[in-house]
Ligand binder design. Structure first.
Ligand SMILES: *[C@@H]1O[C@H](CO)[C@@H](O)[C@H](O)[C@H]1NC(C)=O
Ligand SMILES: *[C@@H]1O[C@H](CO)[C@@H](O)[C@H](O)[C@H]1NC(C)=O
Ligand SMILES: *[C@@H]1O[C@H](CO)[C@@H](O)[C@H](O)[C@H]1NC(C)=O
Ligand SMILES: *[C@@H]1O[C@H](CO)[C@@H](O)[C@H](O)[C@H]1NC(C)=O
Ligand SMILES: *[C@@H]1O[C@H](CO)[C@@H](O)[C@H](O)[C@H]1NC(C)=O
Ligand SMILES: *[C@@H]1O[C@H](CO)[C@@H](O)[C@H](O)[C@H]1NC(C)=O
Ligand SMILES: *[C@@H]1O[C@H](CO)[C@@H](O)[C@H](O)[C@H]1NC(C)=O
Ligand SMILES: [Zn+2]
Length: 476
């Protein structure tokens, strides 16, 4: 009896070893995709079969709290740094830095001044410092020189370049001789159309369907390139969108003398820089001007927004209630959809889905913070994370519990040689280590179970024991 069991134990251990050895070593590749302004609930507005396909074979987080202000540049920089706006320094799409005496403006694409970006270090630079290569297809900030670096491969920002062309670049970089391990892909919609039509418009249906088709195209291209099952695809966004209306406009000209301040950023968070000696006058005039606008002195900005401790936040900010619009006067046009409001509002929240060897399948998680993506990315890439405001443990349950852990290499990997695949050796020895450990665990568990039963002197039939020992291993 004992020898029979011993024999079975070794067969089991050997089987486990061989299974572990055949695991794909490619799980450290990540493609991060952002569809700008994709509100969390657009997934349910019209059929979105490709998004649901990713959810079924991957993970989905229903509620993602992004950062204040819920605008494009601040949130895209948070996704790649894990920092709040006050810490990464991109506090708005339109900014003035009184120390640098310089302006930054998305409106005029005056965004290429490195100094604005260098309060943080984005993940593509950290990835490259760890010896890897990154590729970016128009992700905000990836064509800006930051700390003397660009992504290894990148495209100059040009909104006229099609989604298909951007995807083609990403595929090319992932399948090249020295493949990237980190890809970043950005697309302007549904944000553009959301502003134009307003999210409540029935015409948003076809816009969302079009994004779903674009995701379908990406999946198809990844499958064609044999990347679908080997890379970790993360699909997210920067913010949502809410309906605005000409009936909900706050005109600053009704309350303030134009000569007394500069309007650095407008709606829905007006950034107001009073002129010399005019602070009190401006503040008093604005403080109780309109019931749907809350006015804060910089030091009174609520802590939960993590927004006040930066020189680029102006002395006064006025925050509109959801759906309200702040304008200098009505002669300026307004958009039917907007975002930027309080990040606690559900309509400001983006989507989050992921698929790949590192992720669980058909798993739904209730909530996460957008700052948690950064430590997750670093974990997947096996690179050290810089100080950030997220938490890996908050999102660890998205990962497959049985998948081999990625090992963080603190030292630079060996230089890439023309012939061999970079990093292959490390990943093989990694698999070997896991195989041996798993094999040993099985043998140990087997013997513990065996002796337990021996002591009780009621040795059950082998199949039953196998079923029993399978349990704790599945939960490991
Ligand atoms: C800030 O820059 C402007 C030009 O952009 C210049 O006129 C002004 O003198 C500068 N202010 C200071 C304090 O250097
Ligand atoms: C932007 O892309 C379009 C389409 O590919 C091209 O025609 C145009 O020349 C590009 N613009 C610049 C400034 O490169
Ligand atoms: C606008 O202000 C009024 C009066 O305080 C309030 O009843 C209403 O809820 C506010 N609107 C929004 C969208 O918060
Ligand atoms: C409205 O504001 C703009 C500047 O934002 C200004 O050029 C225009 O003259 C103003 N219109 C009126 C009627 O005050
Ligand atoms: C996914 O999970 C849900 C419940 O969480 C279940 O009803 C459904 O059958 C599962 N689908 C697949 C394909 O496993
Ligand atoms: C988001 O972060 C806050 C502050 O760190 C924390 O209290 C909250 O639990 C986090 N939310 C989730 C869903 O992890
Ligand atoms: C966010 O992270 C930065 C960098 O570690 C840190 O300096 C800052 O205090 C953090 N903010 C909060 C609210 O914890
Ligand atoms: Zn927008």
């Amino acid at each position: 009896m004992t020898s029979k069991l011993l024999c079975a134990a070794f067969i089991l251990a050997a089987l486990t070893l061989s299974i572990t050895f055949s695991l794909q070593p490619d799980q450290q590749k990540v493609l991060l995709v952002s569809f700008d302004g994709f509100r969390w609930d657009y997934l349910y507005r019209v059929p979105t079969p490709h998004f649901h396909y990713v959810m079924k074979y991957g993970v989905h987080v229903k509620q993602v709290t992004n950062i204040f202000i819920t605008k494009t540049y601040p949130n895209h920089y948070t996704l790649v740094t894990g920092l709040f706006a006050e810490n990464h320094g991109i506090v708005a799409n339109d900014m003035f830095d009184p120390i640098l005496n310089k302006s930054f403006s998305l409106d005029t694409m005056n965004i290429y001044d490195s100094e604005f970006w260098e309060e943080a270090t984005p993940i593509w630079i950290t990835n490259q410092k760890a010896g890897h290569t990154s590729g970016a297809a128009m992700w905000p900030g990836t064509d800006v020189k930051i700390h003397e670096s660009f992504p290894t491969h990148y495209m100059l920002y040009n909104e006229s370049v099609s989604f298909e062309e951007r995807v083609a670049k990403i595929i090319e970089w992932f399948t090249s001789k020295e493949p990237i391990n980190l890809g970043l892909l950005y697309w302007e919609d549904p944000d553009d159309m959301g502003h134009h039509l307003g999210p409540d418009s029935p015409l948003m249906g076809p816009v969302i369907s079009d994004i779903d088709n674009k995701l379908g195209y990406l999946i198809q291209m990844l499958k064609k390139a044999n990347l679908w099952n080997t890379l970790n695809l993360i699909i997210t966004s920067d913010h949502g969108m809410t309906q605005c209306s000409e009936e909900r406009v706050i005109e600053l000209d009704q309350y303030l003398d134009k000569e007394h301040y500069l309007l650095i950023d407008q709606s829905p968070v007006a950034a107001i820089l009073p002129k010399e000696g005019k602070f009190d006058e401006v503040y008093e005039a604005l403080a109780h001007a309109h019931p749907n606008m809350t006015v804060y002195k910089k030091e009174e900005i609520p802590e939960r927004w993590h927004y006040k401790y930066n020189t680029r936040v102006q002395p006064i900010i006025a925050v509109a209630d959801e759906g309200w619009y702040i304008l200098q006067n009505k002669s300026e046009g307004l958009m039917l959809g907007n975002h930027g409001y309080d990040n606690a509002l559900a309509e400001m929240h983006p989507i989050f889905l992921a698929h790949g060897p590192a992720f669980r399948k058909n798993f739904t998680k209730a909530a996460m913070n957008a700052t948690d993506l950064y430590p997750l990315l670093c974990h997947l890439l096996g690179i050290p994370a810089l100080p950030h405001n997220g938490s890996l443990s908050s999102v660890q349950d998205l990962l497959r519990p049985t998948a081999p852990r990625t090992v963080t290499h603190t030292q630079s990997p060996p230089p890439h040689h023309g012939s061999g695949k970079p990093g292959e050796h490390e990943q093989e020895s990694n698999a070997y280590f896991i195989g041996v450990s798993l094999g040993s665990i099985i043998v140990i568990v087997f013997f513990i179970t065996f002796f337990k039963h021996l002591i009780r002197s009621q040795i059950p039939a082998l199949p039953d024991m196998q079923a029993e020992i399978a349990q704790p291993l599945l939960q490991a």
